[in-house]
Design a protein around this ligand. Structure first.
Ligand SMILES: Nc1nc2c(ncn2[C@@H]2O[C@H](COP(=O)(O)OP(=O)(O)OP(=O)(O)O)[C@@H](O)[C@H]2O)c(=O)[nH]1
Ligand SMILES: [Mg+2]
Length: 214
């Protein structure tokens, strides 16, 4: 396990170096299955593709279903099937990157395998981990699965359109997040009702600019 983590960390560092040279931002979306990562991409890509060169790495245990959902958004998609593994590793990211022309990209968004635990443990060469937690999962998720919230640079709280129908204690959620990571910004979103998408896109644009001047 130790040597696997070591190999992963070394490859992640290599990827970071390459992307720093190429000035390409890479963001790693992490959530439980079904929190809305692909839905967020479906809402995000149309707002970016006219201004930036974007690519997506789709990580899934099996199937190309999410990749197919993103067909037609005008971005290259590289699919990784982990065949059982619950997270992506930097070795597979290196392979996925090889199909892109990095000289022509500004942003790569990775949709990690749906899992709130394992993906948080692995540096895959990304600039930022972005956690997505949807309201029906419950407000206790940060307290129960703390690592992701400690590692993340942004928290998307999705499916806020469902708040009238479920018990989601927003204050408890926010306080638990603050206890784990006082600097973690939270953007409430609804992919169904287009809430918070512009704020998330602005966050991405700011990070793209920072990467260019890094
Ligand atoms: N009501 C509501 N439903 C949403 C929202 N975002 C996503 N959904 C629904 O939630 C379900 C799961 O969304 P996905 O985008 O497939 O979730 P995912 O995180 O990509 O799932 P995996 O790739 O399997 O981990 C779909 O039926 C979406 O239509 C939202 O903001 N509000
Ligand atoms: Mg998905």
């Amino acid at each position: 396990m130790q040597s696997l983590l070591q190999a992963n960390a070394e490859k992640a560092a290599e990827i970071k170096d390459i992307l720093k040279t190429k000035k390409v931002l890479m963001v790693n979306l992490i959530s439980s299955p079904g929190a809305g990562k692909t839905s967020l991409l479906e809402k995000t890509l149309p707002k970016l593709v006219d201004k930036y060169n974007v690519a997506v790495i789709e990580g899934d245990v099996e199937t190309d279903l999410d990749g197919k959902r993103l067909d037609g958004y005008g971005v290259p998609i590289s699919l990784i099937n982990t065949n059982g593994a619950c997270h992506l590793e930097s070795i597979s990211i290196e392979k996925a990157l090889s199909v892109f022309d990095l000289d022509k990209l500004d942003l790569i968004i990775i949709e990690n395998v749906g899992n709130l635990v394992c993906p948080a443990e692995f540096d895959i060469g990304e600039d930022y981990k972005v956690a997505v937690v949807s309201t029906p999962e419950g407000a206790d998720k940060p307290a129960k699965y703390p690592l992701l919230f400690q590692e993340a640079s942004l928290l998307i709280n999705n499916k806020i359109d469902l708040l009238p129908y479920i018990n989601f204690d927003k204050e408890f959620f926010t306080n638990e997040v603050k206890k784990l990571n006082g600097n973690l910004p939270i953007i409430p979103t609804s992919c169904k009702n287009d809430i918070g998408i512009d704020e998330w896109v602005s966050w991405l644009e700011q990070k793209i600019k920072m990467k260019k001047t890094d």
